[in-house]
Design a protein around this ligand. Sequence first.
Ligand SMILES: [Zn+2]
Length: 311
Amino acid sequence: MNWLSRVIKIGEKIKKNLKKKFPTKSEQQASSWASLECCIHKGPIQKEILEKNLHVCPHCNAHKRVSCIQRFDYFFGKDNYEILDYPQPQPDPIEFPGYKDKLKEAIKKTGQKSAFMICAGKVNDINVTAIASNFSFVGGSLGQHETECFLTAIQHAITNRNPIINFTSGGGIRVQENIIGLSGMARTTLAINELKNNNLIYLNVLCDPTAGGQAASYAMLGDLNIAEPGATVAFAGARVIKSTIKEELPVGFQKSESVLESGFIDLIVERSKLYEKIGSLLSILLKKNSDINTELSDEIKVESPNIKEAS
Ligand SMILES: [Zn+2]
């Protein structure tokens, strides 16, 4: 055996050992441990602990990205809501190269049919329709499926006279769908307009990240725009801005705390307190309950003279 064969053999041995040392993706998913990468407490954490903490880091309070089902579970409570279906258009409308495979992969990875899911639930005794987005499904981007899902939620809210709560998380419009994806901005905006013509409430909860065409359309049209702590809320990404202006960006740039200061959003609420705060807000907006959280109504100026009570 010459020296080259020996080096190749050693290389193969190292590769084999490395494979044994690091778990595969499916092994990671099946494991009861998750990895924290948000703060100095970097390292493994039991998934059960993270779940109990609503996917918020117990050390630094980083609000992690979650799936649509986790979002509904954490907000309404497990089994306290009903998932709604929506009409599904043809996938891959312009037959963009590789898009079909990307969609298949996203469906397998998330168990969702699109980046959005919708449900009907209750906040205190108020019936609501909710929308959630999953960033793990093609970056939570808005395509024709997501738009149909959104429009179905709006129609459900109008039919049942429900307020809408929209948990947003996405990086923009689905580029693989070109103009069809882009038309989602106009269609969702018109749908919200219809909701408002019916005097119904539209609340946004901006989750990390809400950016691009989504921030430029439905995600900023709420009667109130609430954000989770530390969520990126932006139009153009920080890297693009930095390379354009060739300057260092301030600490916390485009984070919910800084956009609150500039008046871009109304309120920052921790995940564990969202249900209670939104319950109080809906009570105020619907004038449903005189025993409301006055501290909250002082915190933000709520004006909703035209909003009628939900049935
Ligand atoms: Zn952390």
